[in-house]
Write a protein that binds this ligand. Structure first.
Ligand code: ZN
Length: 172
């Protein structure tokens, strides 16, 4: 009986405590995740699995990277994503043509962008299943911004901006 393969795409946060429970899914990471784990001295438990081919290392193409960046911009999360975050999301998006994909991350911006892209997410803080549109505001002078300046500093008074969910995505 042919079943669609199931993939579990893992970001750095999902792997810092070792390889999580896979429930029969094929684990997938990206080159950037391996670099981050190595830098944090956490690569030891994963490296043999990569060498044996138990963990797939996937480098996403430019087309899916662009799609992720566009989705991130549309929900206001593009400034919160690192290049590795974008790479992991793009890998998950690219895999969705090959099987059922689930992304494991505890990063709320990644979860948010994944939902926008139709990627299933699991993580310790996925309680709110709806995607969030952020509104940025200045706690100093009260100015608010739909699209904030790149440095996230209030152009009026120089205070660091904060953000909160906007519109119907706000708290129940
Ligand atoms: Zn201000």
């Amino acid at each position: 009986m042919a079943t669609r393969p199931r993939f579990l795409v893992l970001d750095t946060s999902a792997l810092e405590g070792g390889v999580p429970e896979l429930h029969g899914a094929r684990p997938v990471v990206t080159p950037g995740v391996l670099r981050e784990l190595e830098r944090r001295g956490r690569l030891a438990s994963l490296e043999p699995l990569v060498e044996e081919g138990m963990v797939e290392v996937l480098e996403p193409g430019n087309d899916v990277l662009k799609e992720v960046l566009a989705a991130a911009a549309s929900v206001g999360d593009e400034l919160r994503l690192s290049p590795v975050d974008v790479e992991v999301l793009a890998a998950a998006l690219g895999l969705s043509s090959r099987g059922d994909v689930q992304l494991l991350t505890d990063d709320i911006s990644m979860q948010n962008v994944a939902m926008r892209l139709g990627i299933r997410v699991t993580g310790p803080i996925v309680g709110r299943r709806r995607e969030v549109h952020w509104m940025y505001y200045c706690p100093g002078c009260g100015a608010s911004f739909d699209s904030p300046p790149a440095d996230l500093i209030c152009p009026v008074c120089g205070t660091a901006l904060r953000r909160k969910p906007r519109g119907r995505g706000s708290k129940r």
